[in-house]
Design a protein around this ligand. Structure first.
Ligand SMILES: CC(C)(COP(=O)(O)OP(=O)(O)OC[C@H]1O[C@@H](n2cnc3c(N)ncnc32)[C@H](O)[C@@H]1OP(=O)(O)O)[C@@H](O)C(=O)NCCC(=O)NCCS
Length: 261
């Protein structure tokens, strides 16, 4: 990349969907050089429909990365709660990779979101190039995720300020959504079976999660229990409900459990 190259980011528009899908497909297929079995990518990476939907969605910001006004990549960012930002996806056209574009794109995104106190992201453990890339950007690996079958994900964060957007367990209240907390598992019940209203047999396990401010029962359904592989965890996108007079924290479809190192 020369000094005269102009790298910019702009919000993607619906008419960019086909170009961004083509770049995404080629970018993720280029990962096969580094250990994926066969070609593949994250959900929707090769679907124009998925990319169109996310471009107009209000729960993420979909940016296009431009080099001298040509679209050369995409960046999807999300927010779990105020100050807690997530890089959902970044991809750069293989013809333009290893020229510093990815690093530059992140810096432009950080400038666009000065309200972010923390950025997080996940990447498959087998993907050594992305590990090098994120560490070069100052991301620190704080744990692993186990929500994708057959491999574990490295979970990274980069703190942008000394303020933390995480909540304390003692602050959680009935009806809260988008809770982000971390703590130590201080009790774990034996899994038990219950029958749902639809007649399905479900397995429920309760764990007690504690920090300096208090404790809460986390309710885990079916295989969610296997996502906990260490004594300390972080929960993203949890929701709180009162059940028989006590607060319970659940992790829904859009939630995430991170086993902290
Ligand atoms: C990951 C990705 C976005 C990086 O973008 P990029 O523009 O190629 O990255 P940069 O040129 O800014 O790379 C900067 C640094 O990252 C590291 N890096 C990038 N690609 C690497 C590779 N193939 N092998 C080793 N290190 C690599 C290096 O430390 C590099 O610094 P250097 O050039 O001084 O050695 C890009 O490779 C990509 O689109 N990959 C496929 C999609 C993907 O896996 N996305 C991430 C998961 S959502």
């Amino acid at each position: 990349m020369t000094d005269s190259d102009s790298i910019t980011i702009q919000r993607a528009e619906k008419q960019d969907a086909a170009t961004l899908t083509d770049i995404s497909k080629r970018a993720f297929h280029s990962d096969t050089d580094f250990g994926t079995e066969g070609t593949g990518g994250p959900p929707g990476y090769d679907s124009i429909e998925w990319n169109s939907k996310n471009i107009v969605a209000n729960f993420v910001h979909y940016y296009k990365i431009l080099k001298n006004e040509r679209v050369v990549g995409g960046f999807i960012s999300g927010t779990r709660r105020k100050g807690y930002h997530v890089c959902e996806r970044i991809f750069v056209d293989p013809d333009y990779q290893h020229t510093g574009l990815g690093l530059q794109a992140f810096k432009l995104i950080w400038d666009k979101h000065p309200e972010a106190q923390l950025w997080t992201l996940g990447t498959p453990e087998w993907n050594i190039p992305t590990k090098n890339f994120y560490e070069k950007l100052g991301f620190v690996q704080i744990g692993f995720t186990y929500d994708v079958p057959d491999w574990r994900g490295r979970f990274y964060e980069k703190r942008m300020t000394s303020d933390s957007p995480l909540q304390e367990i003692g602050e959680l209240g009935d009806g809260m959504k988008q809770a982000v907390v971390e703590g130590t598992i201080t009790k774990r019940s034996q899994p038990r079976h219950v029958t749902s209203r639809k007649g399905e047999t479900l397995t429920v396990t309760e764990v007690e999660l504690s920090d300096d401010s208090g404790s809460i029962t986390v309710v885990l359904w079916n295989e969610q229990e296997s996502l906990i592989q260490s004594d300390r965890i972080r929960i993203e996108n949890g929701y709180v409900k009162s059940y028989r007079g006590a607060l319970q924290l659940s992790v829904g479809k859009w939630g995430l459990i991170i086993s902290l190192s």
